[in-house]
Ligand binder design. Structure first.
Ligand SMILES: NC(=O)c1ccc[n+]([C@@H]2O[C@H](COP(=O)([O-])OP(=O)(O)OC[C@H]3O[C@@H](n4cnc5c(N)ncnc54)[C@H](OP(=O)(O)O)[C@@H]3O)[C@@H](O)[C@H]2O)c1
Length: 208
């Protein structure tokens, strides 16, 4: 699969590296231009490009930018595509976003509104990238961690679950995108190592 990644920081690089290891073709991008990502090509074994180029390159895309920048994610080249949203809301970094402060919506629904023709799936947001790179285990391992996913699109969910599995993690389907608050920043499941049944119980008992 070709995966275009928008954002080449901790998340873009970790997902890029693991995806290349799993046999995918990856393009990493940022806002400053590919000349600032020069060493990633040999380092990770990926392509580098602009955000527009990465969006066009991918069969699917990953958004891994500070949430404050979500409105600059290219819209047209992502039309019809599955887009994995890894973003989290940190007001101290992103500024206050009234709709999130009032709990009227979720971070991934904001991205979905910006990309109305894309198929958004919320994944990879509730684990630190250090853990993503170190905690993967083969399927069936007793200590295999599980990670949550939400989407309104069954195929988008399936793609994210496949990537979780390839990277060494089980998945818990937490429902449609509007349920994403269950594993946003500060919730009991956020960046906490949990096995599948414990994660299911934790998500179900989380109070908004
Ligand atoms: N770090 C973690 O462990 C972790 C885990 C899960 C989720 N998250 C979430 O994932 C997102 C990314 O986190 P991160 O830790 O990877 O952040 P980061 O290290 O600061 O990286 C952000 C990347 O996005 C790029 N970027 C910024 N504005 C952009 C724009 N308008 N268009 C294209 N690229 C842009 C930045 O490069 P330029 O400034 O050069 O454009 C940089 O490469 C955040 O929402 C974060 O909360 C983080």
């Amino acid at each position: 699969m070709k995966i275009g990644i928008i954002g080449a920081g901790f998340v873009g690089r970790a997902i890029g590296k693991l995806a290349v290891r799993s046999g995918h073709h990856v393009m990493l991008s940022n806002s400053r231009g590919p000349e600032t990502l020069f060493s990633l090509r040999p380092g990770i074994g990926c392509e580098i490009g602009t955000a527009e180029e990465a969006a066009a390159f991918g069969d699917i895309a990953v958004v891994a930018v500070p949430l404050a920048a979500y409105r600059s994610v290219p819209v047209a080249p992502l039309a019809g595509k599955i887009v994995i949203d890894t973003d989290n809301y940190y007001p101290e970094r992103d500024g206050q976003i009234a709709e999130l402060d009032s709990k009227a919506t979720t971070t991934s629904e904001l991205l979905a509104r910006h990309l109305p023709r894309s198929r958004i799936v919320k994944a990879f947001n509730a684990i630190t990238m250090n853990d993503l790179e170190s905690d993967g285990r083969p399927a069936g391992s007793p200590d295999r961690r599980a990670l949550p996913v939400t989407s309104n699109d069954a195929e988008a969910k399936a793609i994210a679950i496949t990537l979780y599995d390839e990277f060494g993690f089980d998945a818990v389907d937490a429902g449609p995108l509007q349920e994403g608050w269950r594993f946003e920043r500060g919730t009991p499941a956020y960046c906490v190592p949990l096995g599948k049944s414990k994660l299911e119980r934790t998500l179900a008992s989380t109070i908004r």
